[in-house]
Design a protein around this ligand. Structure first.
Ligand code: GAR
Length: 295
């Protein structure tokens, strides 16, 4: 039950506890305030008293909870939900998409994507109408100790550490992804092949980035520095990045964008990796945003 709430609200255990305390204290404050106001009206207890009490509770409850949320440091959580409820009633509901980022390594791409969509809060109301609201709801990782887990924890994003057998031969973590309400998957340096069942559950809703100009230097075993070493060994004059939809073959689905960089004679795998990372950070968040705005 508590785990379900944590996933649904996208919070960790400590925040969940503080949120529940906010509800409890805010609710009590609201009941206390409503009774005090009723005393001032000199109303006799009876049907009218109950009616006015209910009305006061309805009006005071959001204000008391918001006030107490400041004390418990949970104001941003409650503000978000209040805006959601108001938007629902005013018919001003923004479209939102929940994204899971799958990553196995340092997570520099994941970090840029998180930062990019965090800036959405600064959009003006009219800009917001033109943009799909993107929430990075989950980081999925197959390596304990991977840098991306630290990035997720700093950003307050829940993580799911997955294991091979269950990913390939179990439920592929589909129930977990469902419980987080995931609509779209971004692979950012994720080194396992995506099982067919997962691809079918997210048709045209999984994108990947590859650090070379596919179809060259792709396929099983071609990741990270191995790709750059192969490109340098082949004395290529240029390399680049490929952002593509994921299908059932390695590094294969429909290409969304390719961007290139020159390779100088002095370049080695490490210096090429730096150039490629710059290209990835520049393009991947923007491309994801474009794909999601088109959905
Ligand atoms: C990125 O360069 C990405 O293109 C590559 O892994 C790196 C992850 O870096 N992906 C592949 O090689 C997939 N075949 P990051 O962890 O710093 O984002």
């Amino acid at each position: 039950m508590l785990d379900k709430l944590k996933r649904r609200w996208g919070v960790n255990g400590v925040n969940l506890l503080l949120i529940l305390c906010t509800f409890a204290v805010g609710g009590s404050l609201c009941g206390y305030g409503a009774r005090k106001i009723l005393l001032l009206t000199c109303l006799e207890s009876g049907a009218l008293w109950i009616l006015v009490y209910i009305l006061l509770i309805t009006l005071l409850w959001p204000a008391s909870v918001l006030l107490i949320s400041i004390v418990f440091g949970q104001f941003s959580f409650f503000k978000k939900y209040l805006i959601k409820i108001i938007s629902h009633f005013t018919g001003n509901m923004e479209k939102s998409i929940s994204v899971a980022i799958f990553a196995s390594g340092a997570g520099s791409n994941a970090e840029k994507i998180i930062q990019h969509f965090a800036r959405q809060v600064n959009l003006t109301p009219s800009e917001k109408k033109k943009h799909t609201k993107v929430i990075i709801s989950l980081i999925v990782c197959n390596k304990s100790g991977a840098g991306v887990l630290e990035i997720a924890s700093r950003a307050g994003i829940p993580t799911l550490l997955i294991e091979k057998e269950h990913f390939f031969n179990g439920t592929h973590y589909l129930p977990e992804l469902k419980s987080y309400g995931i609509d779209f998957i971004v692979l950012a340096g994720f080194l396992w092949k995506i099982p067919p069942d997962l691809i079918q559950a997210f048709p045209n809703k999984i994108v990947n980035i590859h650090p070379a100009l596919l179809p060259k230097y792709g396929g099983k075993g071609m990741y990270g520095n191995k790709v750059h070493e192969a490109v340098i060994a082949a004395a290529e004059k240029e390399s680049g990045i490929t952002i593509h939809f994921v299908d059932e073959l390695y590094d294969h689905g429909k290409v969304i964008l390719q961007a290139t960089c020159n390779i100088d004679e002095s370049d080695n795998a490490e210096s090429l990796a730096k150039k490629i990372h710059l290209l990835e950070h520049q393009h991947y968040p923007v491309v994801i945003e474009k794909v999601l705005n088109a959905k």
